[in-house]
Design a protein around this ligand. Structure first.
Ligand code: SF4
Ligand code: FE
Length: 482
Protein backbone atom coordinates (compact mmCIF):
# COMPACT_ATOMS: atom_id res chain seq x y z
CA UNK A 1 0.00 0.00 0.00
CA UNK A 2 1.05 3.60 -0.54
CA UNK A 3 2.55 5.27 2.51
CA UNK A 4 1.67 8.80 3.54
CA UNK A 5 4.56 11.20 3.96
CA UNK A 6 4.36 10.87 7.71
CA UNK A 7 4.29 7.08 7.55
CA UNK A 8 7.39 7.24 5.42
CA UNK A 9 9.18 9.36 8.01
CA UNK A 10 8.14 6.97 10.79
CA UNK A 11 9.25 3.95 8.76
CA UNK A 12 12.72 5.46 8.41
CA UNK A 13 12.86 6.18 12.10
CA UNK A 14 12.60 2.44 12.75
CA UNK A 15 15.75 1.67 10.77
CA UNK A 16 19.02 1.40 12.59
CA UNK A 17 21.32 2.98 10.03
CA UNK A 18 24.95 3.72 10.78
CA UNK A 19 25.33 7.38 9.77
CA UNK A 20 28.25 9.71 10.51
CA UNK A 21 28.45 13.50 10.32
CA UNK A 22 31.53 15.49 11.40
CA UNK A 23 33.13 12.30 12.64
CA UNK A 24 30.30 11.35 14.94
CA UNK A 25 27.58 8.74 14.75
CA UNK A 26 24.14 10.29 14.30
CA UNK A 27 21.62 8.99 16.84
CA UNK A 28 18.53 9.74 14.82
CA UNK A 29 19.14 10.85 11.21
CA UNK A 30 15.45 11.68 10.76
CA UNK A 31 15.62 14.53 13.26
CA UNK A 32 19.11 15.81 12.46
CA UNK A 33 18.87 19.48 11.37
CA UNK A 34 21.41 19.06 8.57
CA UNK A 35 19.74 15.92 7.19
CA UNK A 36 16.08 16.79 7.74
CA UNK A 37 15.53 19.09 4.73
CA UNK A 38 16.71 16.29 2.43
CA UNK A 39 14.28 13.91 4.09
CA UNK A 40 11.49 16.42 3.48
CA UNK A 41 12.26 16.29 -0.24
CA UNK A 42 11.82 12.51 -0.37
CA UNK A 43 8.72 12.85 1.81
CA UNK A 44 7.27 15.04 -0.95
CA UNK A 45 7.31 12.01 -3.29
CA UNK A 46 4.93 10.35 -0.83
CA UNK A 47 2.82 13.43 -0.02
CA UNK A 48 2.11 14.30 -3.65
CA UNK A 49 1.10 10.71 -4.39
CA UNK A 50 -1.79 11.22 -1.93
CA UNK A 51 -3.14 14.27 -3.73
CA UNK A 52 -5.87 13.67 -6.34
CA UNK A 53 -4.45 16.52 -8.43
CA UNK A 54 -1.17 14.67 -8.94
CA UNK A 55 -2.43 11.09 -8.87
CA UNK A 56 -1.91 10.52 -12.57
CA UNK A 57 1.71 11.60 -12.52
CA UNK A 58 2.68 10.24 -9.13
CA UNK A 59 0.97 6.85 -9.20
CA UNK A 60 0.54 4.07 -11.73
CA UNK A 61 -0.73 0.50 -11.95
CA UNK A 62 2.01 -2.06 -11.38
CA UNK A 63 2.39 -4.44 -14.31
CA UNK A 64 3.52 -7.05 -11.81
CA UNK A 65 0.62 -6.93 -9.33
CA UNK A 66 -2.10 -4.82 -10.96
CA UNK A 67 -2.09 -2.65 -7.87
CA UNK A 68 -1.69 1.09 -7.56
CA UNK A 69 1.90 2.01 -6.75
CA UNK A 70 4.09 5.09 -6.57
CA UNK A 71 5.64 5.79 -9.96
CA UNK A 72 9.07 5.79 -8.37
CA UNK A 73 8.75 2.00 -7.97
CA UNK A 74 7.42 1.40 -11.49
CA UNK A 75 8.84 -0.48 -14.47
CA UNK A 76 7.97 1.69 -17.47
CA UNK A 77 5.44 0.00 -19.74
CA UNK A 78 5.14 2.55 -22.55
CA UNK A 79 6.66 5.72 -23.91
CA UNK A 80 3.79 7.49 -22.15
CA UNK A 81 5.17 6.14 -18.87
CA UNK A 82 8.60 7.50 -19.78
CA UNK A 83 7.16 10.93 -20.51
CA UNK A 84 5.17 10.91 -17.27
CA UNK A 85 8.31 10.04 -15.36
CA UNK A 86 10.01 13.22 -16.63
CA UNK A 87 6.91 15.31 -15.89
CA UNK A 88 6.76 13.90 -12.37
CA UNK A 89 10.41 14.84 -11.86
CA UNK A 90 9.85 18.37 -13.10
CA UNK A 91 6.91 18.69 -10.71
CA UNK A 92 9.01 17.53 -7.76
CA UNK A 93 11.86 19.84 -8.72
CA UNK A 94 9.33 22.68 -8.69
CA UNK A 95 7.95 21.67 -5.29
CA UNK A 96 11.31 21.20 -3.54
CA UNK A 97 13.92 23.25 -5.48
CA UNK A 98 16.19 20.34 -4.56
CA UNK A 99 17.23 16.84 -5.46
CA UNK A 100 14.42 14.61 -4.16
CA UNK A 101 16.62 11.53 -4.40
CA UNK A 102 14.12 8.81 -5.10
CA UNK A 103 14.85 8.57 -8.84
CA UNK A 104 18.07 6.61 -8.52
CA UNK A 105 16.17 3.56 -7.28
CA UNK A 106 13.59 3.85 -10.06
CA UNK A 107 16.32 4.09 -12.67
CA UNK A 108 18.19 1.16 -11.11
CA UNK A 109 15.03 -0.99 -11.13
CA UNK A 110 14.46 -0.33 -14.79
CA UNK A 111 18.08 -0.92 -15.81
CA UNK A 112 18.25 -4.17 -13.83
CA UNK A 113 14.88 -5.33 -15.10
CA UNK A 114 15.83 -5.51 -18.77
CA UNK A 115 19.43 -6.54 -18.10
CA UNK A 116 18.56 -9.51 -15.88
CA UNK A 117 16.10 -10.64 -18.54
CA UNK A 118 18.78 -10.57 -21.23
CA UNK A 119 21.25 -12.24 -18.90
CA UNK A 120 18.93 -15.14 -18.06
CA UNK A 121 18.14 -15.65 -21.72
CA UNK A 122 21.77 -15.85 -22.75
CA UNK A 123 23.26 -17.61 -19.73
CA UNK A 124 20.36 -19.61 -18.30
CA UNK A 125 20.62 -17.83 -14.94
CA UNK A 126 17.62 -17.05 -12.75
CA UNK A 127 18.03 -13.40 -11.85
CA UNK A 128 15.00 -11.85 -13.50
CA UNK A 129 12.44 -13.72 -11.41
CA UNK A 130 14.34 -12.90 -8.23
CA UNK A 131 14.48 -9.25 -9.20
CA UNK A 132 10.76 -9.20 -9.95
CA UNK A 133 10.02 -10.57 -6.48
CA UNK A 134 12.23 -7.89 -5.00
CA UNK A 135 10.57 -5.12 -7.01
CA UNK A 136 7.13 -6.38 -5.90
CA UNK A 137 8.31 -6.27 -2.29
CA UNK A 138 9.43 -2.65 -2.74
CA UNK A 139 6.24 -1.69 -4.58
CA UNK A 140 3.94 -3.31 -1.99
CA UNK A 141 5.72 -1.60 0.89
CA UNK A 142 6.22 1.67 -1.01
CA UNK A 143 9.92 1.72 -0.17
CA UNK A 144 12.55 4.23 -1.18
CA UNK A 145 15.44 2.41 -2.82
CA UNK A 146 18.82 3.96 -3.41
CA UNK A 147 20.48 2.95 -6.67
CA UNK A 148 24.22 2.70 -6.05
CA UNK A 149 26.65 2.69 -8.92
CA UNK A 150 29.74 4.87 -8.49
CA UNK A 151 32.80 3.20 -6.93
CA UNK A 152 35.69 5.27 -5.54
CA UNK A 153 37.77 3.93 -8.50
CA UNK A 154 41.27 4.59 -7.10
CA UNK A 155 43.75 4.84 -9.98
CA UNK A 156 41.52 5.72 -12.95
CA UNK A 157 44.05 4.17 -15.32
CA UNK A 158 43.71 0.68 -13.82
CA UNK A 159 41.02 -2.00 -14.04
CA UNK A 160 39.23 -2.98 -10.81
CA UNK A 161 41.28 -6.15 -10.34
CA UNK A 162 44.57 -4.29 -11.02
CA UNK A 163 44.17 -1.68 -8.26
CA UNK A 164 46.79 -1.52 -5.49
CA UNK A 165 43.88 -1.68 -3.04
CA UNK A 166 41.39 -4.35 -4.17
CA UNK A 167 38.53 -2.55 -2.41
CA UNK A 168 38.57 0.52 -4.69
CA UNK A 169 35.76 -1.23 -6.54
CA UNK A 170 33.09 -3.07 -4.60
CA UNK A 171 33.62 -6.80 -4.93
CA UNK A 172 32.74 -10.26 -3.72
CA UNK A 173 35.12 -11.42 -0.98
CA UNK A 174 33.39 -14.65 -0.07
CA UNK A 175 30.95 -17.01 -1.74
CA UNK A 176 28.84 -19.00 0.67
CA UNK A 177 26.10 -21.58 0.40
CA UNK A 178 23.48 -19.02 1.45
CA UNK A 179 24.86 -15.93 -0.27
CA UNK A 180 27.90 -13.72 -0.74
CA UNK A 181 29.97 -11.30 1.31
CA UNK A 182 30.94 -8.02 -0.37
CA UNK A 183 33.42 -5.28 0.44
CA UNK A 184 34.08 -1.83 -1.05
CA UNK A 185 32.31 1.51 -1.17
CA UNK A 186 29.96 3.59 -3.25
CA UNK A 187 30.75 7.28 -3.50
CA UNK A 188 28.43 10.29 -3.52
CA UNK A 189 25.34 8.21 -2.93
CA UNK A 190 22.29 10.39 -3.41
CA UNK A 191 19.61 9.97 -0.76
CA UNK A 192 21.18 6.96 0.96
CA UNK A 193 20.29 8.12 4.47
CA UNK A 194 16.64 8.57 3.43
CA UNK A 195 16.33 5.15 1.82
CA UNK A 196 15.01 1.84 3.11
CA UNK A 197 16.99 -0.24 0.66
CA UNK A 198 20.09 0.02 -1.49
CA UNK A 199 20.41 -1.61 -4.92
CA UNK A 200 24.07 -1.95 -5.84
CA UNK A 201 25.32 -2.19 -9.42
CA UNK A 202 28.79 -2.31 -11.01
CA UNK A 203 30.18 1.03 -12.14
CA UNK A 204 31.79 0.19 -15.48
CA UNK A 205 32.27 -2.46 -18.15
CA UNK A 206 34.10 -5.43 -16.70
CA UNK A 207 36.28 -8.11 -18.24
CA UNK A 208 36.85 -11.68 -17.14
CA UNK A 209 39.56 -10.72 -14.64
CA UNK A 210 37.02 -8.45 -12.94
CA UNK A 211 34.49 -11.23 -12.33
CA UNK A 212 34.31 -10.64 -8.60
CA UNK A 213 33.54 -6.99 -9.27
CA UNK A 214 30.60 -7.80 -11.54
CA UNK A 215 28.01 -7.90 -8.83
CA UNK A 216 24.49 -6.55 -8.43
CA UNK A 217 22.40 -6.97 -5.30
CA UNK A 218 20.03 -5.28 -2.87
CA UNK A 219 20.05 -5.07 0.93
CA UNK A 220 18.29 -2.95 3.57
CA UNK A 221 20.23 0.23 4.36
CA UNK A 222 20.63 -0.78 7.99
CA UNK A 223 22.36 -4.06 7.14
CA UNK A 224 25.34 -4.81 9.35
CA UNK A 225 28.57 -3.47 7.83
CA UNK A 226 27.00 -0.57 5.89
CA UNK A 227 28.39 2.76 7.07
CA UNK A 228 27.27 6.09 5.65
CA UNK A 229 29.56 9.09 5.89
CA UNK A 230 27.50 12.19 5.16
CA UNK A 231 28.79 14.56 2.47
CA UNK A 232 29.46 18.20 3.34
CA UNK A 233 27.70 20.87 1.40
CA UNK A 234 28.60 24.52 1.07
CA UNK A 235 27.00 26.48 3.96
CA UNK A 236 25.62 23.28 5.55
CA UNK A 237 26.20 24.39 9.14
CA UNK A 238 23.96 27.40 8.63
CA UNK A 239 21.25 24.80 9.29
CA UNK A 240 22.56 24.52 12.85
CA UNK A 241 22.19 28.27 13.46
CA UNK A 242 18.41 28.32 13.58
CA UNK A 243 17.76 31.06 11.01
CA UNK A 244 15.19 30.12 8.40
CA UNK A 245 16.24 33.07 6.24
CA UNK A 246 19.98 32.46 6.14
CA UNK A 247 19.67 28.82 4.99
CA UNK A 248 17.95 29.97 1.81
CA UNK A 249 15.63 26.99 1.54
CA UNK A 250 14.36 26.22 5.06
CA UNK A 251 12.21 23.26 4.01
CA UNK A 252 14.02 21.18 1.43
CA UNK A 253 17.43 19.92 0.36
CA UNK A 254 19.31 16.94 -0.99
CA UNK A 255 22.24 14.88 0.22
CA UNK A 256 24.99 12.51 -0.79
CA UNK A 257 27.05 10.12 1.30
CA UNK A 258 30.13 7.99 1.02
CA UNK A 259 28.76 4.51 1.71
CA UNK A 260 31.11 1.84 2.96
CA UNK A 261 30.28 -1.86 2.61
CA UNK A 262 32.51 -3.48 5.18
CA UNK A 263 32.03 -7.22 4.66
CA UNK A 264 28.31 -7.06 4.07
CA UNK A 265 26.41 -10.33 3.72
CA UNK A 266 23.92 -10.60 0.84
CA UNK A 267 21.46 -13.53 0.86
CA UNK A 268 20.95 -15.46 -2.39
CA UNK A 269 17.47 -14.12 -3.10
CA UNK A 270 18.86 -10.57 -3.20
CA UNK A 271 21.64 -11.23 -5.75
CA UNK A 272 20.92 -10.13 -9.33
CA UNK A 273 24.35 -10.52 -10.90
CA UNK A 274 27.25 -12.51 -9.56
CA UNK A 275 30.25 -12.71 -11.87
CA UNK A 276 28.48 -12.25 -15.24
CA UNK A 277 30.94 -9.58 -16.33
CA UNK A 278 29.65 -9.49 -19.94
CA UNK A 279 26.46 -7.86 -18.71
CA UNK A 280 27.99 -5.17 -16.53
CA UNK A 281 28.23 -2.88 -19.55
CA UNK A 282 24.55 -3.10 -20.38
CA UNK A 283 23.60 -2.48 -16.77
CA UNK A 284 25.80 0.60 -16.58
CA UNK A 285 24.68 1.94 -19.95
CA UNK A 286 20.99 1.46 -19.21
CA UNK A 287 21.14 2.96 -15.73
CA UNK A 288 23.12 5.93 -17.03
CA UNK A 289 20.66 6.33 -19.89
CA UNK A 290 17.68 6.43 -17.55
CA UNK A 291 19.37 8.79 -15.15
CA UNK A 292 20.43 11.12 -17.98
CA UNK A 293 16.76 11.23 -18.96
CA UNK A 294 15.87 12.01 -15.33
CA UNK A 295 17.89 15.20 -15.38
CA UNK A 296 15.72 16.49 -18.21
CA UNK A 297 12.96 16.59 -15.59
CA UNK A 298 14.37 17.31 -12.14
CA UNK A 299 16.86 19.99 -13.13
CA UNK A 300 14.17 21.69 -15.22
CA UNK A 301 11.84 21.83 -12.22
CA UNK A 302 14.58 23.36 -10.08
CA UNK A 303 15.32 25.73 -12.97
CA UNK A 304 11.67 26.82 -12.93
CA UNK A 305 12.03 27.84 -9.30
CA UNK A 306 15.31 29.64 -9.92
CA UNK A 307 13.77 31.57 -12.81
CA UNK A 308 10.82 32.43 -10.54
CA UNK A 309 13.17 33.63 -7.80
CA UNK A 310 15.10 35.72 -10.31
CA UNK A 311 11.94 37.35 -11.64
CA UNK A 312 10.84 38.02 -8.05
CA UNK A 313 14.10 39.64 -7.02
CA UNK A 314 13.98 41.81 -10.09
CA UNK A 315 10.49 42.91 -9.00
CA UNK A 316 11.83 43.66 -5.53
CA UNK A 317 14.90 45.46 -6.88
CA UNK A 318 12.74 47.60 -9.11
CA UNK A 319 14.47 46.44 -12.30
CA UNK A 320 11.69 44.42 -13.89
CA UNK A 321 10.97 46.97 -16.61
CA UNK A 322 14.55 47.08 -17.91
CA UNK A 323 14.60 45.44 -21.32
CA UNK A 324 17.89 43.60 -20.75
CA UNK A 325 16.46 42.05 -17.57
CA UNK A 326 13.40 40.85 -19.44
CA UNK A 327 15.64 39.46 -22.15
CA UNK A 328 17.85 37.63 -19.67
CA UNK A 329 14.82 35.99 -18.12
CA UNK A 330 13.71 34.94 -21.58
CA UNK A 331 17.16 33.41 -22.10
CA UNK A 332 16.88 31.52 -18.81
CA UNK A 333 13.51 30.17 -19.87
CA UNK A 334 14.83 29.26 -23.31
CA UNK A 335 17.72 27.29 -21.81
CA UNK A 336 15.53 25.58 -19.22
CA UNK A 337 12.90 24.52 -21.75
CA UNK A 338 15.65 23.27 -24.08
CA UNK A 339 16.66 20.88 -21.32
CA UNK A 340 13.06 19.77 -21.03
CA UNK A 341 12.77 19.26 -24.80
CA UNK A 342 15.49 16.64 -24.73
CA UNK A 343 14.01 15.01 -21.60
CA UNK A 344 10.65 14.65 -23.31
CA UNK A 345 12.13 13.71 -26.67
CA UNK A 346 14.28 10.85 -25.37
CA UNK A 347 11.17 9.57 -23.57
CA UNK A 348 8.65 9.75 -26.37
CA UNK A 349 11.24 8.28 -28.74
CA UNK A 350 11.76 5.37 -26.35
CA UNK A 351 11.33 1.74 -27.30
CA UNK A 352 10.34 -1.64 -25.92
CA UNK A 353 13.07 -3.90 -24.53
CA UNK A 354 13.16 -7.69 -24.90
CA UNK A 355 11.90 -7.89 -21.30
CA UNK A 356 8.79 -5.91 -22.27
CA UNK A 357 9.72 -2.78 -20.35
CA UNK A 358 10.41 0.53 -22.07
CA UNK A 359 13.69 2.37 -22.27
CA UNK A 360 14.67 5.80 -23.54
CA UNK A 361 16.33 6.72 -26.80
CA UNK A 362 19.97 6.53 -25.82
CA UNK A 363 21.32 9.22 -28.14
CA UNK A 364 18.71 11.77 -27.11
CA UNK A 365 19.13 10.96 -23.40
CA UNK A 366 22.85 11.61 -23.72
CA UNK A 367 22.23 14.86 -25.57
CA UNK A 368 19.83 15.77 -22.77
CA UNK A 369 22.43 15.20 -20.08
CA UNK A 370 25.16 16.94 -22.08
CA UNK A 371 22.97 20.06 -22.15
CA UNK A 372 22.45 19.66 -18.41
CA UNK A 373 26.22 19.86 -17.90
CA UNK A 374 26.11 23.39 -19.32
CA UNK A 375 22.77 25.20 -19.19
CA UNK A 376 22.19 25.28 -15.40
CA UNK A 377 25.53 27.11 -15.10
CA UNK A 378 24.37 29.74 -17.57
CA UNK A 379 20.95 29.95 -15.91
CA UNK A 380 22.69 30.39 -12.54
CA UNK A 381 24.99 33.05 -14.01
CA UNK A 382 22.01 35.02 -15.29
CA UNK A 383 20.28 34.65 -11.91
CA UNK A 384 23.35 36.11 -10.19
CA UNK A 385 23.55 38.85 -12.79
CA UNK A 386 19.96 39.93 -12.15
CA UNK A 387 20.06 39.48 -8.36
CA UNK A 388 23.06 41.79 -8.02
CA UNK A 389 26.17 41.65 -5.85
CA UNK A 390 24.05 41.91 -2.71
CA UNK A 391 23.55 38.17 -3.24
CA UNK A 392 26.94 37.55 -1.66
CA UNK A 393 27.37 40.53 0.67
CA UNK A 394 24.04 40.37 2.47
CA UNK A 395 24.23 40.52 6.29
CA UNK A 396 22.55 37.82 8.37
CA UNK A 397 19.02 37.63 9.70
CA UNK A 398 20.53 38.19 13.15
CA UNK A 399 21.80 41.58 11.97
CA UNK A 400 18.33 42.44 10.75
CA UNK A 401 16.99 41.56 14.20
CA UNK A 402 19.76 43.33 16.11
CA UNK A 403 18.88 46.15 18.50
CA UNK A 404 21.96 48.12 17.51
CA UNK A 405 22.06 47.80 13.72
CA UNK A 406 18.77 46.14 12.75
CA UNK A 407 17.15 49.40 11.72
CA UNK A 408 20.08 50.16 9.41
CA UNK A 409 19.80 46.77 7.71
CA UNK A 410 16.06 47.29 7.41
CA UNK A 411 16.53 50.75 5.94
CA UNK A 412 19.45 50.29 3.58
CA UNK A 413 18.65 46.87 2.22
CA UNK A 414 15.23 47.84 1.09
CA UNK A 415 14.52 47.71 -2.64
CA UNK A 416 11.11 48.90 -3.81
CA UNK A 417 9.28 50.60 -0.94
CA UNK A 418 6.29 48.25 -0.79
CA UNK A 419 8.37 45.09 -0.24
CA UNK A 420 9.64 44.44 3.31
CA UNK A 421 13.41 44.08 3.58
CA UNK A 422 13.06 40.62 5.10
CA UNK A 423 11.16 39.43 2.01
CA UNK A 424 13.90 40.66 -0.28
CA UNK A 425 16.51 38.99 1.93
CA UNK A 426 14.64 35.69 1.82
CA UNK A 427 14.62 35.60 -1.97
CA UNK A 428 18.28 36.62 -2.20
CA UNK A 429 19.22 33.83 0.20
CA UNK A 430 17.12 31.41 -1.78
CA UNK A 431 19.03 32.27 -4.97
CA UNK A 432 22.27 31.97 -3.02
CA UNK A 433 21.19 28.53 -1.82
CA UNK A 434 20.68 27.33 -5.41
CA UNK A 435 23.74 28.91 -6.96
CA UNK A 436 26.33 28.79 -4.16
CA UNK A 437 24.84 27.09 -1.13
CA UNK A 438 23.63 23.62 -0.18
CA UNK A 439 21.40 23.21 -3.24
CA UNK A 440 24.21 24.14 -5.64
CA UNK A 441 25.42 20.58 -5.07
CA UNK A 442 22.38 19.37 -6.97
CA UNK A 443 21.88 22.23 -9.37
CA UNK A 444 25.46 22.84 -10.46
CA UNK A 445 28.16 20.25 -9.82
CA UNK A 446 25.73 17.35 -9.89
CA UNK A 447 24.42 18.65 -13.20
CA UNK A 448 28.00 18.37 -14.41
CA UNK A 449 29.06 15.03 -12.93
CA UNK A 450 25.90 13.22 -11.85
CA UNK A 451 24.74 10.37 -14.11
CA UNK A 452 28.23 10.48 -15.65
CA UNK A 453 30.63 13.35 -16.34
CA UNK A 454 30.41 15.24 -19.67
CA UNK A 455 32.93 13.07 -21.49
CA UNK A 456 30.88 9.94 -20.78
CA UNK A 457 27.98 11.45 -22.74
CA UNK A 458 30.26 12.47 -25.59
CA UNK A 459 31.45 8.87 -25.92
CA UNK A 460 27.83 7.70 -26.10
CA UNK A 461 26.91 10.46 -28.55
CA UNK A 462 29.82 9.45 -30.75
CA UNK A 463 28.79 5.78 -30.63
CA UNK A 464 25.19 6.58 -31.50
CA UNK A 465 25.79 9.30 -34.05
CA UNK A 466 25.78 6.99 -37.08
CA UNK A 467 28.23 9.02 -39.16
CA UNK A 468 28.40 6.46 -41.95
CA UNK A 469 24.68 6.82 -42.61
CA UNK A 470 25.08 10.58 -42.66
CA UNK A 471 27.90 10.36 -45.21
CA UNK A 472 25.71 8.11 -47.29
CA UNK A 473 23.02 10.81 -47.40
CA UNK A 474 25.49 13.06 -49.19
CA UNK A 475 26.64 10.30 -51.50
CA UNK A 476 23.04 9.58 -52.49
CA UNK A 477 22.38 13.19 -53.37
CA UNK A 478 25.64 13.61 -55.29
CA UNK A 479 25.65 10.17 -56.93
CA UNK A 480 28.97 9.26 -55.31
CA UNK A 481 29.43 5.50 -55.26
CA UNK A 482 32.81 4.96 -53.67
FE1 SF4 B 1 16.32 12.52 -8.98
FE2 SF4 B 1 17.50 14.57 -10.11
FE3 SF4 B 1 18.16 13.88 -7.64
FE4 SF4 B 1 18.92 12.33 -9.66
S1 SF4 B 1 19.55 14.45 -9.27
S2 SF4 B 1 17.96 11.65 -7.77
S3 SF4 B 1 17.19 12.58 -11.05
S4 SF4 B 1 16.20 14.62 -8.31
FE1 FE C 1 21.79 12.49 -9.49
Amino acid sequence: ALMTGNEYVESLRKLNMEVYIFGERVECPVDHPIIRPSLNSVKMTYDLAQEPEYEELMTVTSHLTGKKINRFAHIHQSTEDLVKKVKMQRLLGQKTASCFQRCVGMDAFNACYSTTYDMDKKLGTNYHEKLKKYIIYCQENDLTVDGAMTDPKGDRGLAPSAQADPDMFLHIVERREDGIVVRGAKAHQTGMVNSHEVLVMPTLSMTETDKDYSVCFAVPTDTKGIKMIYGRQSCDTRKLEGSKVDVGNPKFGGHEALVVFDNVFVPNDRIFMCGEYEFSNSLVERFAGFHRQSYGGCKVGVGDVLIGATALISDYNGTKKASHIKDKIIEMTHLNETLYCAGIACSSEGHKTAAGSYEIDLLLANVCKQNVTRFPYEIARLAEDIAGGILVTLPSEADLNSKEVGHYVEKYLKGVATVPTITRMKVLRFIENLTLGTAAVGYRTESLHGAGSPQAQRIMISRQSNLEAKKQLVKDILDIDI
